[in-house]
Design a protein around this ligand. Structure first.
Ligand SMILES: *Cc1c(COP(=O)(O)O)cnc(C)c1O
Length: 418
């Protein structure tokens, strides 16, 4: 018989940590731009018995019996994803964003081929060519940067590099780039040099689904994404592509890279796509961007500098040098009072990557809790005060209490703590 006791009864150590983490999420301010809070329905799908099922292969073409239920689950996830993004083809099986990118690489490139992506210290992702990542180990990497003055992508530079190096794949998309990306221009440049274009929308997917950020569909060769950032689904990934590449992508995911798909997560992704198709999700995405703009303006008012002068999305990169502090020190003091963010290099950063001059903030999680522009002003003030009084424990404790009071006004999973 299966164990029928609760988690708390059979494993108090893990149960206790889950409870502590629930409390940490409930009573702090989550400002990491790649994080969000999923719905109860998504948690339920993630925790369902679908975790028990092996389903190697694709719907109706499995290598295991008993797949009639999970086949429908995956078909529904596919249908919803294609409708949500206007995609010709989708594979919903990748376990994460990194795996989705790897599957695209493997489907089309040969080791030694040249790829182009945004420099990591200008906002790119490690799968876009970091030396110790598969992308940098097995491929020749040509990186483009942002303009020194505007801190925005310079498409003339992208075109010049593409013409000079003739990459096979050009990657657009980023992890710390707040401005609108001209995906159409990337596709054009790629086509002009005989390359294919991969738009990695891991960060922007929810905003794109809500039509609040430019979409790379349907004209891009490949579009990869995570499902757990602005899209507010379970921790996972997916690949969309032109129909012509469907076969190669499917084979690359399985059996190329993965074995059995995580059917419980695919069920949760289906739920997330349903949620993202609702009018209320559009309002959410609009509010995410409005909040990021309000936070950016308020931080500038508090004396900080914001990279590129503002944001078109959910994320902003703050240059903390005007407050005579490093990114590392700033993120540490914020963490100590309950504001979770991460240090980040700013373009042309004079500090080494482990120190940084910037902090990256995002509004998706706070917006899910119901916070609006007024709260962003309050949060900007907390940030300034924490940085200014970083040696003053009494002041920091008082700020920590203020943050707890603010978070208490916007309940999240509190019912799970009682
Ligand atoms: C987060 C992110 C990924 C990777 O996602 P994981 O699920 O953490 O593997 C890929 N690309 C970009 C641009 C990202 O920001």
């Amino acid at each position: 018989m299966v164990e029928r006791r609760t988690l708390a009864e059979c494993d108090p150590a893990i149960a206790g940590l889950v409870r502590d983490e629930t409390e940490r999420q409930e009573f702090g301010l989550e400002m990491i731009p790649s994080e969000n809070f999923v719905s109860e329905a998504i948690l339920e799908a993630c925790g369902s018995v679908l975790t028990n099922k092996y389903a190697e292969g694709l719907p109706q073409k499995r290598y295991y019996g008993g797949c009639e239920c999970v086949d429908r689950v995956e078909e529904i996830a596919q249908e919803r994803a294609m409708k949500l993004f206007g995609a010709e083809f989708v594979n919903v099986q990748p376990h994460s964003g990194a795996t989705a990118n790897q599957a695209v690489f493997e489907s089309y490139l040969t080791p030694g081929d040249t790829i182009m992506g945004l420099k990591l210290d200008h906002g790119g992702h490690l799968t876009h060519g970091l030396k110790v990542n598969f992308s940098g180990k097995h491929y020749e990497v040509v990186a483009y940067g942002v303009d020194e003055n505007t801190h925005q992508i310079n498409y003339d530079e992208v075109r010049a590099l593409a013409e000079q190096h003739r990459p096979k794949l050009i990657i657009s998309g980023a992890s710390a780039y707040s401005r609108a990306i001209d995906f159409q221009k990337f596709q054009e440049i790629a086509e002009s040099v005989g390359a294919r274009h991969l738009a990695d929308i891991a960060h922007y997917a929810g905003l794109i689904a809500a039509e609040e950020y430019p979409s790379p569909l349907p004209f891009s060769d490949y579009v990869t994404t995570t499902t757990h950032k602005t899209l507010r689904g379970p921790r996972s990934g997916m690949i969309m592509a032109k129909e012509a590449y469907a076969k190669d992508i499917n084979r690359s995911v399985f059996p190329g890279l993965q074995g059995g798909p995580h059917m419980h997560t695919i069920a949760a992704k289906a739920v997330a796509f349903l949620e993202a198709a609702q009018p209320s999700f559009r309002d959410y995405a609009k509010q995410v961007i409005e909040n990021a703009r309000a936070l950016s303006a308020a931080l500038i008012e508090e004396g900080f500098s914001v990279v590129s002068g503002g944001t078109d999305s959910h994320v902003l990169l703050v240059d903390v040098r005007p407050a005579d502090i490093t990114g590392k020190e700033a993120s540490e003091v914020l963490d100590s009072i309950g504001i979770t963010a991460n240090m980040n290099t700013i373009p042309y950063d004079p500090q080494p990557p482990r120190v940084c001059s910037g902090v990256r903030f995002g509004t998706p999680a706070l917006t899910t809790r119901g916070m609006k522009a007024g709260e962003m002003k309050t949060v900007a003030r907390f940030i300034r005060e924490a940085v200014d009084h970083r040696g003053d424990q009494q002041k920091l404790t008082s700020l920590q209490n203020d943050i707890r009071s603010l978070s208490e006004q916007f309940p999240l999973y509190r019912h799970r703590l009682v």
